[in-house]
Write a protein of this length. Sequence first.
Lengths: 281, 189
Amino acid sequence: MPREPHVKKVLGWLIGLLLSFSLALFPAAVRADILEIPGTGACEVLLQALAAAFNATHTDQVVVPPTIGSIGGIRRVAADRAILARVAQPLREQEKASGLQYLVFARDMVVFVGGARVTAKNLTQGQLLEVYAGKIADWQELGGDPGPIRLLVRQPGDSNLRVIHEYLPLFRNLTFPLSAKVIHTDPKMLEMLQKYKYSLGWAPFSSLKSMHPPLKALALDGIAPTPENARSHKYPIICDYALVFKEKRLNNLARSFIDFIFSKQAQQVMNQYGAMPVDKE
Amino acid sequence: MRFKYSLLYLILSILIIVAGSALLVGYYLNEDTLRKTMEEREGNKARDITYWVNADIHKTIENISILSKLLKQNEKLVYSLIQYKLYGDVTSLRETMDSLYPTLAPLGVDFFLVTDSQGKVAYQAANAGGGDKLLKAWGLEEAWAGEDILETGHGPEGWAIRALTQLSREGKPPVPTMFPWTSAMRPSV
């Protein structure tokens, strides 16, 4: 009989402990997984829109952090510090050999963009070469209202510049004038194009809609940069966007996001941004 | 003493192998530690430099932003500019700017100049400059349109942070004369 209060006390402690454990475990049971997709700034806007559409219908969340470049993204996946990376350039042989997979999910145009006060609508390849060589310095010489051409360029190795080199080979031998500003990320390029009203730079077409007011792309050799002209190969400067991963490291969230970006819903999002969806190979 | 079949050979061999292995393992461990230490040290140094450069840039930006807002409302400066615009007389402008510059210089302002609406430098403080020099800085067109511009560029003394502001009188139309102001990043940073 004298033991009864002691047993009650022990039972009380046990129940208390159990309750504490259940409460401690409860948040883990409802916690959602987070998948970060580091990499290029070229498809940052597009992938953010895709992630938002995915997150709206899933408990697990996909996050598209600020750009660290395609190479930065590839390095993270190679070092097992990320499951997926977003890139705008193909893998090199050594990267392929290390077991990295490359999955193209969209195509996009690289377009030349003028600032808000630029009234010129079209540039020829010849004019572009002269402008970027510093021989033409005023918009008036390109059929627009007078104003100094403020040149914005990207650093060597930029994925958009690589695509421009592919289609405009003469661009490769150009030395940009000292007055040009070198920009190091795509979001910064958009910001600068918006800030300087007489600027000229290049950017991915799908990112233009993210700016308010939206930036306007210039036609190239009389061909307007529209998705229709890109699909029919009339507009030539096209860039592939892909995800890079190690097959064995893909978790359920990464797999379900990959499935999502090839879905009808994701294709609609890409079309809204002027990018061209690609079927899963 | 016979050594031919002695255990000494075996013991010596084992000792040599153990000592050699310990030496090799120690060497590689030390090399690895040294590499990590060097990486860490260099990493810290780079982070420190980034931190101090960023802090200095932010301080300069803050200083020139505040000062440009204050100078924009300086009545004496505005009327000196009007006089310059109306009569082409730079005397009043020179006096005003030269009297302001000693206050600005300790705050990191290396250049203090005024242009007209074509970019022609009217006067540059402490330089007796101006005249026909044409300023081609980025952001001039935006400043002429009334925006306060902060920008970086290559100036006469290296990389510079510039604040470009249009001078105006409160409640009255803006004076069509510009007031750009340059602050070079000091090479010692």
